[in-house]
Design a protein around this ligand. Structure first.
Ligand code: 2P0
Length: 342
């Protein structure tokens, strides 16, 4: 450890980048809240153009962890960040506190999966700073402990997060199922609000599990949905993937809408954008929508249709901005710490 400390000027420091992922077969519900284990498996695509960059610097003189998120001191996410770093500190036998500086190039906490990219980047940067050399699977388990969907953002392309069987959750881990380059799709994100959502995913899914009458049906039908999506991806069958993905999205929202009180993550523009996507598809445009715990609509399409989809969504009243992206690669450690300050 001493040589490493000298080499790094007394601080253990690294920077990592991760991209958000969008679930096509959704995660919603926990079977173990403390270990953050899901009630269902899920399947996602990792994006390219949106990113979180996070620098972690363990320093001997710090007495508490500090988190600067998008240039502002953040206390809401600090508890989870500290829990993540505690797991790493325990493995490394280091008790130094850390300064975390994290930047997103997209709205935070607004249904754009900032916790997925955020905790994946934190796990990777923390591991690199401490020189632990965890495997990708171990990093996925670690990221999952902090935020479920972060397990998937360790990997690029098409990713499946397994439900797992073990009580300790060590087999509830994500794995890549197809590289982004093997079937490049485009994603057009229609941003309908930049406000932080009122009810976060954790609270929303816990309320759903306690009160929604559809919880059992949700759990019982997920395996078949996953198998269908996996088969569609392996066959590069866009229509088949469109059908099962919209089904999973609408089923998750139906489940959450039936909670007490009901969880309504959409606004008027979200619904208009859903109709817009369905009209495009009826005209033969290869596109489908998916929506997470927020009001943004993500239209997934073949790259040849991306410009037409973006133009159509931009014209939807209430759509504030449209972001086009392809599918991205694995989360990675960056060589240039200055990037975080951009
Ligand atoms: C998903 N979502 O599969 C689903 C669909 C939102 C809707 O994963 O409590 O931030 O930190 O494990 O991962 C968002 O939930 O929740 C999410 P926690 P997370 O992408």
């Amino acid at each position: 450890m001493t040589a490493m400390l000298e080499a790094r000027g007394g601080a253990l420091r690294a920077v990592a980048q991760a991209q958000p992922n969008i679930a096509l077969i959704k995660y919603w519900g926990k079977r173990d809240i403390a270990l953050n284990l899901p009630v269902v498996g899920s399947l996602s695509i990792t994006l390219d153009a949106l990113w979180t960059r996070t620098e972690v610097s363990f320093e001997p003189e710090l007495t508490v962890d500090r988190l600067l998120l998008n240039g502002r001191e953040e206390t809401k996410q600090l508890r989870r960040a500290t829990a993540c770093l505690d797991l790493l500190r325990a493995r490394a036998g280091v008790d130094w506190r850390a300064q975390i500086v994290s930047t997103n190039n997209f709205p935070t906490g607004a249904g754009l999966a900032s916790s997925a990219s955020g905790f994946a980047a934190l796990a990777l940067a923390g591991d690199a700073a401490l020189g632990l050399g965890l495997t990708r699977a171990e990093l996925s388990v670690l990221a999952r402990r902090c935020s479920g969907s972060a397990a998937r953002s360790i990997f690029g392309g098409y990713v499946e997060w397994a439900l797992g069987q073990r009580a300790d959750g060590e087999d509830s881990v994500a794995r890549p199922i197809l590289d982004a380059e093997a079937w490049p799709l485009s994603v057009v994100v229609a941003i309908t609000s930049t406000a932080e959502k009122e009810i976060g995913s954790t609270e929303g899914m816990n309320r759903t599990a306690e009160t929604s009458p559809f919880q059992r049906a949700w759990i019982d039908t997920q395996e078949a949905d996953l198998a269908e999506a996996r088969a569609a991806i392996i066959a590069r069958d866009f229509e088949r993937l469109a059908a099962i993905s919209e089904h999973s999205c609408l089923k998750m929202h139906a489940l959450a809408l039936a909670a007490r009180p009901g969880l309504l993550y959409w606004n008027g523009a979200t619904v208009t954008a859903m109709h817009c996507v369905r009209q495009l598809r009826a005209q033969g445009v290869p596109v489908f929508f998916t929506i997470d715990a927020g009001p943004q609509l993500k239209a997934v399409c073949l790259p040849s249709a991306a410009a037409a989809v973006a133009a159509a969504l931009r014209a939807v009243p209430g759509v504030l901005n449209v972001v086009e992206t392809g599918l991205g690669g694995d989360a990675c450690v960056l060589d240039v710490p200055e990037l975080v300050a951009e």
